[in-house]
Design a protein around this ligand. Structure first.
Ligand code: NI
Length: 397
């Protein structure tokens, strides 16, 4: 790229941002396989003179801007992985890898964070602190944030900012909200063991289809009867398998699904009630049932002060900040928030389809807007972090 003028806004290099987003979109890589993506990110950053910091990550990149004058460290995070989806967008830069697609816009997130790094680099000497850039792998598997944390890349960081494109928001809009924003997505499976028999003599067996049907129905009463109407929760059974033919009652049934919650107490309560309901219903039919849980990341819970800073930045840039509506999708950004205060925001990208749709796309006019907004909010976060240290010092005196 050519940088002819001083970069006070990413609008100066918006075409280049589109180019790199399209390059990433064309060659998507799945979670923990982002080798080419990692190499490209490194190359683009190094070409801009941005220093890469080597942590022992399998894939993904950690880089830094600033720190020339000491000060606090804040982090910015973008996820870089794609999904196992066959693209049907018809775009000129559609995926060339069969069965793989950037259907959640992580190509966009990566381009935005690279642009942010370049914009911040331009005024690096004026930064009162360090901005650590986390290009995180494996968000779709919900394991990448833990990989980054385990590598030590979060050490010394005061606060963290993450973002996601939002297809249903117009370009120029940003969704900001303190408190709960995205759900904890836990996955369950249930094995039901009955006793097979001839379809004509059900009294000789224990019908697992009947038992599983009662379990599915009873599970629905947990949200309506055990959770306050003021809390939000979902239980969805999404898979029900049993039997092989029309005249045999099988001996087993199998269920799978997910629960979504925003509050840790509600989450624990639902899991406890779930186990009790499954066991109780199965026992009442003389069947056996076992539940297996795969716990997802916790809910995304935003820091109120950071949300206020982002709101101020949006207003100063002439964007339209709105109070984000919580999403029941999951996001492993919450793993960072278990360690340090963090803020996750939505950026309007005016797409025709929701996340994970095979024809997913976004309006690239939102690229430079997002870069300006993330860079500006990062600077405010640094100032805020430095002031906090200052105030602690003051009160200690
Ligand atoms: Ni995503």
């Amino acid at each position: 790229m050519t940088k002819s003028t001083s970069l006070s806004s990413a609008k100066v290099f918006s075409n280049w941002l589109s180019d790199i987003r399209r390059e990433l979109h064309r060659y998507p890589e799945l979670s923990d396989e982002e080798f080419e993506t990692t190499a490209k990110i490194r190359k683009w950053l190094e070409n801009a003179g941005i220093r890469i910091v080597d942590y022992s990550l399998h894939t993904g990149v950690i880089a830094e801007v600033g720190g020339l004058n000491g000060g606090s460290i804040i982090a910015l995070r973008a996820d870089i992985d794609a999904l196992p989806i066959q693209e049907s967008s018809g775009l000129s830069f559609a995926s060339v890898s069969p069965g793989k697609m950037h259907a959640c816009g992580h190509d966009y997130h990566t381009a935005v964070l690279i642009g942010t790094a370049i914009l911040l680099k331009e005024h690096e000497e004026k930064l009162n602190g360090t901005i650590r850039l986390i290009f995180q792998p494996a968000e779709e598997k919900a394991t990448g944030a833990r990989e980054v944390i385990n590598s030590g890349a979060l050490e010394g960081v005061t606060s963290i900012l993450g973002f996601h494109n939002k297809p249903d928001y117009p370009v120029g809009t940003v969704g900001i909200k303190g408190g709960a924003l995205m759900a904890a997505p836990d996955r369950f499976s249930v094995d039901i063991e009955g006793k097979g028999t001839h379809a004509a003599v059900p009294e000789s067996g224990i019908d697992p289809i009947n038992v599983a049907s009662h379990i599915v129905t009873a599970l629905q009463s947990i949200v309506t009867r055990n959770v306050s109407a003021l809390d939000h929760a979902v239980i969805s059974v999404t898979k029900f398998q049993s039997g092989t033919t029309w005249n045999v009652i099988p001996d087993r049934a199998y269920l799978e699904g997910t629960i979504r919650t925003f509050d840790e107490v509600v989450r624990r309560h639902i899991i406890e009630r779930f186990d009790q309901v499954v066991e109780g219903v199965a026992t009442s039919f003389n069947a056996k049932a076992s539940v297996h849980w795969i716990e997802g990341p916790p809910a995304v819970h935003n820091d109120d002060e950071l949300a206020e800073l982002a709101w101020q930045e949006a207003e100063e840039l002439g964007l339209i900040p709105i109070i984000a509506t919580p999403s029941l999708a999951g996001e492993d950004f919450s793993e960072y928030q278990q360690k340090i205060p963090g803020l996750f925001v939505f950026i309007g990208t005016a797409g025709n389809h929701e996340w994970h749709h095979p024809a997913f796309d976004l309006d690239e006019r939102s690229l430079p807007i997002a870069v300006d907004f993330i860079a500006g909010t990062a600077k405010r976060m640094l100032l805020h972090a430095n002031n906090k240290i200052g105030s602690v010092g003051f009160y200690n005196i």
